[in-house]
Design a protein around this ligand. Structure first.
Ligand SMILES: [Zn+2]
Length: 360
């Protein structure tokens, strides 16, 4: 019987470091003054005053070309914190391995679509990427279960890209999937330079028109159940690249700013041959307390219609976790627990876990 070998890497989030701005100033050679002096003859009778001629008049021309170029490159040097003391089941051997990983960068570019006096947290029973194993359509966004007519707010500054029905223009897998929707092209770009959109589905009323400028927090419409919806709620998506593409979605947990004193757990779960684990279960409970599982998520199928982030390359998230130390349990789709590990959730940051489990 071979022994499973596990790795776990805990990555601290780090910010990209803007490149230094260099301005080169080029000066022409400074022209020197020429002093012409005529010495007085030693036997001179007439007294002559030596004359000095300054020629030419020194001129200084400063030529500076204001051509500074600011290039912001996401840092690809993450600060890795490796916890090499994982406690595994007694027969397992842990070989901690630090793998070069693309820098996890927190890019919580957006605010929430509801005010705090409304339900402004996502329905965690139907997270991003869940679907097939529950007999539901694979979820491409997050749901906010507010009542019909609740005001929906733009999550960031931008321009309305689309406002109306998706009957003639397809945004989902079938016509009239989102019913009434608004799509906003935001002023920010993704870290890999692509346009970023937010999509609001199943709306009852739309209060904006295409081409209109909006600021984060502006009212854009109200909650409804138009299209394919089980009761009134807001379905919110982040799309990167092509806005009409159903497969251009990204996980909103990585884009919407957590509450103060909340953070996000994200990670990537793969088999030892590098292929992603689909429908693995990631559960958390508060460390040191003998209480029940607080939250759980399933790793999603990034080989199908759900995409992971180009920078994070995650295949699961648990958004909005209060700052604390959590015990993370990782199990496969058969319920076998592969390991447990404590991890810190920090305010306004994403804690990233990379999990490798043996190929069955
Ligand atoms: Zn939804």
């Amino acid at each position: 019987m071979c022994l499973p070998i596990l790795w776990l890497i805990l990555l601290s989030a780090c910010q990209p470091t803007p490149a230094m701005v260099a301005v080169r100033v080029t000066l022409p050679p400074t022209q020197g003054a020429v002093l012409l002096a005529t010495a007085a003859p030693t036997t001179a009778v007439p007294t002559r005053t030596p004359t000095a001629t300054l020629s030419p008049t020194p001129t200084l021309t400063l030529t500076a070309t204001p051509s500074a170029t600011l290039t912001i490159t996401p840092s690809l040097t993450p600060t890795l914190t490796l916890t090499a003391t994982q406690t595994l089941t007694p027969t397992q051997t842990l070989t901690p391995t630090v793998t070069p990983t693309i820098a996890p960068v927190d890019f919580y570019a957006f605010r929430r679509p509801f005010t705090r006096d409304q339900i402004d947290y996502a329905d965690r029973t139907y997270p991003y990427g869940m679907g097939e194993m529950r007999g539901l359509p694979v979820h491409h966004g997050l749901d906010f279960a507010n009542g019909r007519g609740t005001q929906i707010l733009a999550i960031g500054d931008g321009t309305v890209y689309y406002a109306g029905q998706d009957i003639d223009v397809l945004y989902g897998p079938i016509p009239d999937y989102y019913g009434n929707l608004v799509v906003i092209l935001h002023d920010v770009k993704s870290l890999d330079g692509l346009p970023v959109y937010s999509l609001y589905g199943h709306m009852q009323r739309i209060d904006v028109t295409a081409g209109q400028r909006v600021n984060g927090g502006d009212r854009i419409g109200s909650v409804g159940d138009a299209g394919v919806a089980f009761g009134p709620h807001l379905h919110l998506e982040i799309r990167v690249g092509v806005p009409e593409s159903f497969s251009s979605v990204r996980n909103p947990d990585l884009w919407i700013l957590p509450y103060p004193q909340f953070g996000t757990l994200a990670g990537r779960m793969t088999y030892s041959d590098g292929t992603p684990v689909y429908e693995g279960t990631i559960s958390v409970k508060r460390a040191g307390l003998d209480n029940a599982v607080l939250r759980y998520a399933y790793s999603y199928n990034i080989d199908a219609t759900i995409a992971s982030d180009n920078i994070w390359r995650e295949n699961f998230t648990l958004g909005d976790l209060p700052v604390d130390t959590y015990t993370v349990f990782v199990s496969d789709r058969n319920g076998r627990v592969h390991f447990t590990q404590d991890i810190e959730i920090e305010a306004g940051k994403t804690s990233f876990v990379e999990v490798v489990i043996p190929k069955p």
